[in-house]
Write a protein that binds this ligand. Structure first.
Ligand SMILES: Cc1ncc(COP(=O)(O)O)c(C=O)c1O
Length: 372
């Protein structure tokens, strides 16, 4: 066996749950179970028919960046210059990679409220940096308190990441808390990353807040968006980074080194997706809201503590009463019950609302019989 990099110690193959697997019921998937309107698919096809098969500008097609800029003004309530402040990437995943590579050095620290999306830790480690978690639990719906954030700060802190709405916890952070964190970081000249890729999934009276709506100068802020979740387009691989001109210019060569540009046909489909009004999405949300309700009722019946999902399409629940690590519970469910529910860490499992209601019902019944 050839020698491998030490990174293979912490970037390991895992069981993929984001695709449909024959014979399994998947109630843990991060993939929307719907597609956007037909015109988006048409736009994709037509760009192929026009033989648009070449690289685009590294930062993305101008028409796409203009559509993104209009969307940001309409939905997120801030101005972004399409010619300098937007970088189109092949989804949010490589966006995180390019940003981390352009900012982090060995030994640097990245603060993230935990439980968090594991990719953040993997990429931090690849950069030789370390994640400092702010611990949260179900008692506060996984929201952290400002004092715990302050305690996590050190002279090695280079980045803070806030994912709101959150994968895996479903937490939507309040405007007051985000503002307070940002004010502190601005004083210390530390960058805040806001991952807003679940911005379209909000429940009850919660509200999604984009920090740039009050800081159009975008100093010390980098925001990440994606077409994956809110448009049912995980497979076309388009996302975008928004920041000030200098920061975008710094990140762009890393994006180029990795992808050159996002896939051209996917960019054309994205223009159509962004230009549509979002009435079509309200229909899809009905199923998502009903699935959320079904999950909460099931966990209530089982007396398993969970954070009430305020956004995204996940429910994070405490499985410690099984007296086994959550990853073992997840593995047992898969092998003995052909049921897929992801583990988050030792204590928590993550359920998803992206499933037809009758399938979800059968899946939850399998889960109940496992617990019995
Ligand atoms: C919080 C978070 N950020 C980024 C990503 C990556 O998304 P994309 O499909 O846009 O690469 C995911 C995917 O699940 C996610 O949950």
């Amino acid at each position: 066996m050839r020698k491998l990099s030490s990174r293979t110690e912490f970037v390991k193959p895992t069981f993929q749950t984001s695709v449909n697997l024959d014979g399994y019921i998947n109630i843990g998937s991060g993939t929307p179970n719907f597609s956007p309107p037909e015109s988006v698919i048409q736009a994709f096809k037509e760009s192929i028919d026009r033989r648009q098969l070449s690289y685009t500008s590294w930062s993305g097609l101008n028409t796409l960046k203009e559509a993104i800029s209009r969307k940001l003004l309409k939905e997120n309530k801030f101005l972004a210059d399409p010619s300098a402040e937007i970088l189109v990437t092949s989804g949010a995943q490589p966006a995180i990679f390019s940003i981390f590579l352009s900012i982090l050095d060995e030994e640097d620290e990245v603060i993230i409220p935990a439980p968090y999306y594991s990719t953040y830790e993997e990429i931090a480690k690849i950069c030789g940096a370390k994640v400092i978690p702010i611990k949260t639990d179900t008692s506060s719906n996984f929201t952290f308190i400002f004092e715990d954030f302050e305690k996590a700060l050190s002279d090695k802190t280079k980045l803070v990441v806030l994912v709101s709405p959150s994968n895996p916890t479903g937490t939507v952070l309040s405007k007051g808390l985000i503002d307070k964190v940002y004010d502190k970081l601005k004083m210390l000249d530390i960058t805040l990353i806001t991952d807003e890729i679940y911005e379209h999934y909000i429940y009850d009276d919660h509200q999604h807040y984009s920090l740039m709506s009050e800081h159009a100068e975008k100093e010390n802020i980098i925001s990440i968006y994606s077409l994956s979740k809110g448009y049912g387009l995980t497979g076309i691989r388009v996302g975008y980074i928004v920041s000030n001109k200098n920061t975008i210019a710094t990140i762009a060569p890393f994006h180029h080194a990795m992808n050159i540009c996002a896939p051209v046909n996917a960019q054309y489909a994205s223009i159509e997706a962004l230009n549509l009004n979002r009435e079509w999405f309200e229909v899809e949300m009905k199923n998502v809201i009903a699935a959320r309700q079904m999950w909460m009722e099931c966990l209530d019946q089982l007396s398993l503590p969970y954070g009430i999902p305020q956004g995204a399409y996940y429910i994070c629940f405490d499985i410690s009463q099984c007296q086994k690590p959550a990853h073992q519970v997840s593995k047992d469910l898969r092998s003995d019950h052909q049921l897929i529910i992801n583990s988050v860490d030792d204590k928590y499992l993550r359920g998803s609302f992206m499933q037809d209601l009758d399938v979800l019902k059968s899946g939850l019944n399998r889960f109940k019989s496992y617990l019995r």
